[in-house]
Design a protein around this ligand. Structure first.
Ligand SMILES: Cc1ncc(COP(=O)(O)O)c(C=O)c1O
Length: 352
C-alpha cells in the first residue's frame, strides 16, 4: 500500500478471484464458468464492421440490449438495467440502497464480494448464519431494518429457497429493498422474477456469465420496479455511464435471442451435475442438493485444502474456501462430461 492510499480504506480486504492460469494445462473447475462456447449467434454478431465501430461510445442507455432482455423475460424495458457483470449491478445496488445507517444483511456462507463491497462503501454488514445444514432460516429475516441480499441459489452451498419463502422475507421487510442474486438460477431453481410486479422492494439480479457462457463479456442485469431501476441508473450515470461496451451489448442481444442454445447448454450442465453427483456419492462424498453449475462436496477421506492441492497437481483446478464451516469442502464447477470423467478418475487415483 502506498503512503497515498486513503486511510479510510486501510483495512479493505479485496476479493480474491479464483485462479485464472494463462496456460491451457488445467481443467478449470474453479470459477463456475461454462465449458461451452457462447451461442453461434453471438459469434456471428461480432463482425469486423462492429469492431470498427469501437471508435464510437456505446449507447449509455443500452436500449437494444435492454429491449432484448425485457422481451425474453416478458417485462417492460423500464424494469431492466444492465451493468459490467452482475458484480457491477450489485455494487450499484449497495451504493443506492445501503449506507452507514442502512446495513446490508447477508448469510455467513455466501458470495465473498458482498462483504468486500460493504468495506469499500462504508456499509455495515449484518451477517446472518445459515443453519448447520447450510439452509436459510427465514425466521431470522424479519423486520431487519437492513437491505437484504438473498443469493438464490446460494454460492458455494448450491441450495435454493422457493420464491414463496423469499416472498415471506419481502413481506416482513416492506421498508427495505430485498436483492435476490440469481447468478445461478437457470440451472434448475425457480426465479423470483414474477414477484417484481407485486413487491416494489424486490430487485432481481441475473448474469450472462454462467448460463449464457459469457463470463468474459462482463454483462449482468437487474429487474425490478421502474423506480428501483431508476435509482440504479442514478448511480450508474454518476459513476460510469458507458458501462456496457458495444461488443458485449451485441453479444447479450444475440444470446437472449437464442433460446434453444441456452436451453441445450443449461440442460447439459444439469445432466453432468447429476452424473457427477452420483459418482461422488458412490465414493462416499457428502454433497448438498445443488441447483447450480457447481457441487459443494466433501470427501470422507481427504481434508478439503489438501484435496484441492492434490487435484491441482493432477491438472484440475477446483475452489476451496478456508473457514470452519467450509474448509472441508470443495466447490467444483460442473464442466463437460469429459472434464467430469477426468475429475472422477483423478479423485479415484488420489484415494478420495
Ligand atoms: C453469487 C454470485 N453473484 C454474482 C457473481 C458475479 O458474476 P458476474 O459479475 O460475472 O456477473 C458471481 C460470480 O461468480 C456469483 O457467484
Amino acid at each position: 500500500m502506498s503512503r497515498y492510499f486513503t486511510k479510510s480504506l486501510a483495512a479493505l480486504k479485496p476479493y480474491t478471484p479464483g485462479e485464472q492460469p494463462r496456460d491451457q494445462q488445467y481443467i478449470k473447475l474453479n470459477t463456475n464458468e461454462s465449458p461451452f462456447a457462447p451461442s453461434p449467434r453471438v459469434v456471428a454478431a461480432i463482425t469486423g464492421q462492429e469492431v470498427e465501430k469501437l471508435r464510437l461510445y456505446s449507447d449509455p442507455a443500452c436500449r437494444d440490449l435492454i429491449a432484448a432482455i425485457a422481451a425474453r423475460n416478458g417485462i417492460r424495458p423500464e424494469q431492466v438495467t444492465v451493468g459490467n457483470g452482475s458484480d457491477e449491478v450489485l455494487a450499484f445496488a449497495l451504493r443506492a440502497f445501503c449506507d452507514g445507517d442502512t446495513p446490508l444483511a447477508y448469510s455467513d456462507i455466501t458470495y465473498g464480494c458482498y462483504g468486500v463491497w460493504c468495506g469499500l462503501l462504508g456499509i455495515p454488514s449484518r451477517v446472518i448464519p445459515l443453519r448447520e445444514d447450510y439452509t436459510v432460516d427465514i425466521s431470522r429475516y424479519r423486520a431487519l431494518g437492513a437491505t437484504i441480499m438473498i443469493t438464490n441459489p446460494n454460492a458455494p452451498t448450491g441450495l435454493a429457497l422457493q420464491p414463496e419463502e423469499v416472498e415471506e422475507i419481502l413481506r416482513a421487510n416492506p421498508g427495505n429493498v430485498v436483492i435476490v442474486d440469481e447468478a445461478y438460477v437457470d440451472f434448475g431453481a425457480r426465479s423470483c422474477l414474477p414477484l417484481i410486479e407485486k413487491y416494489e422492494n424486490l430487485l432481481v439480479v441475473q448474469t450472462f456469465s454462467k448460463s449464457r457462457n459469457l463470463a468474459g463479456a462482463r454483462l449482468g442485469f437487474a429487474m425490478g420496479n421502474p423506480e428501483l431501476i431508476g435509482d440504479l441508473n442514478r448511480i450508474k450515470f454518476s459513476f460510469n455511464p458507458y458501462n456496457v461496451n458495444r461488443l458485449t451489448s451485441l453479444a447479450g442481444i444475440a444470446s437472449m435471442e437464442d433460446e434453444k442454445y441456452f436451453t441445450d447448454c443449461t440442460r447439459k450442465i444439469q445432466e453432468n451435475r447429476a452424473w457427477t453427483a452420483q459418482k461422488l456419492r458412490e465414493m462416499d462424498f457428502t454433497l448438498t442438493d445443488s441447483l447450480t453449475n457447481f457441487l459443494f462436496a466433501q470427501s470422507s477421506r481427504i481434508e478439503g485444502g489438501q484435496l484441492c492441492k492434490a487435484l491441482k497437481e493432477k491438472g484440475i483446478l477446483v475452489r476451496h474456501f478456508e473457514g470452519e464451516r467450509t474448509g472441508n469442502r470443495l466447490r467444483i464447477t460442473v464442466g463437460s462430461r469429459q472434464e467430469m470423467e477426468a475429475l472422477i478418475e483423478a479423485l479415484k487415483q488420489l484415494g478420495a
